[in-house]
Design a protein around this ligand. Structure first.
Ligand SMILES: [Zn+2]
Length: 239
């Protein structure tokens, strides 16, 4: 008689997990232990494509579990060297120097292209170029997400701004403007959406009361995971 279940260690997209196939099971489930261990329980015959599809759907949550598996990451020190990477909307992109580039900084399919500089102030120029890049892209992208989520939150924001906000990810003004740190553009889209909904919810509820979190949860059901992700990775989202 065949065993009623089988266990396999697997890795998919950097996520280590234990695959348990059970004949008794009719549905699939992904379980994450507090220590970050991931177990995927599936019916005996479920194919790999379907299993990977399930993992893709919970990607952010699983990535967060993976960060626990490996212990908290070291704070990243980003240096402006050929081949170093910089994040944009959750993806790391390699840095390339172009001597004759017409623009200070652009993002192409092979990574960031930064105009090469000589001299002692090169580092400061590079910093400024990246800040401007995140700010400029943030203006369009974040305004789009604000526009997208405002009806669900039930607010009418008057403006979306991208600024240097010190150690805060976002803020809002009594006149109805929502502000975001340029660093937010380094985070994955799901986390950015959470930051947007968080600030929009503040237009209704200025505090972090139960009503506030209920409102956030109505729009971003897994907001706690985004919050956790920021706690674990927020320090990396910097220059
Ligand atoms: Zn808040």
């Amino acid at each position: 008689m065949a065993p009623s279940s089988s266990v396999e260690q697997r890795v998919y997209q950097g996520i280590r997990y234990k695959l348990v196939r059970t004949r008794r099971r009719k549905t699939a489930a992904i379980l994450i232990a507090p220590g970050g261990d991931v177990t995927v329980r599936v019916p005996q015959e479920l194919d790999d494509g379907t299993i990977h599809g399930l993992l893709d759907k919970q990607h952010d949550r699983l990535m967060q579990a993976v960060s626990k598996q490996a212990g908290l990451p070291e704070p990243v020190v980003r240096s402006f060297d050929e081949g170093c990477t910089f994040p944009f909307l959750g993806q790391e992109h390699r840095l390339h120097f172009d001597t004759g580039a017409s623009e200070e900084l652009t993002l192409g399919s092979d990574g960031f292209h930064l105009r090469y500089r000589e001299g002692v102030d090169a580092e400061a120029t590079y910093q400024a170029a990246f800040r401007k890049f995140y700010t400029d892209h943030g203006r369009t992208y974040l305004a789009g997400r604000v526009h997208h989520f405002a009806p669900a939150v039930g607010v009418l924001p008057t403006a979306t701004r991208v600024l240097h906000l010190g150690n805060r990810w976002g803020s809002c003004s009594p006149k109805g403007a929502v502000n975001f740190h340029w660093r937010a553009m380094m985070a994955p889209p799901k986390v950015v959406d959470y930051l947007v909904v968080h600030e929009l919810a503040h237009l209704k509820q200025p505090d972090h009361s139960r009503e506030f979190w209920r409102l956030v949860e109505q729009v971003i059901a897994d907001h706690e995971l985004c919050h956790e992700w920021l706690r674990a990775h927020g320090a990396e989202m910097d220059l």
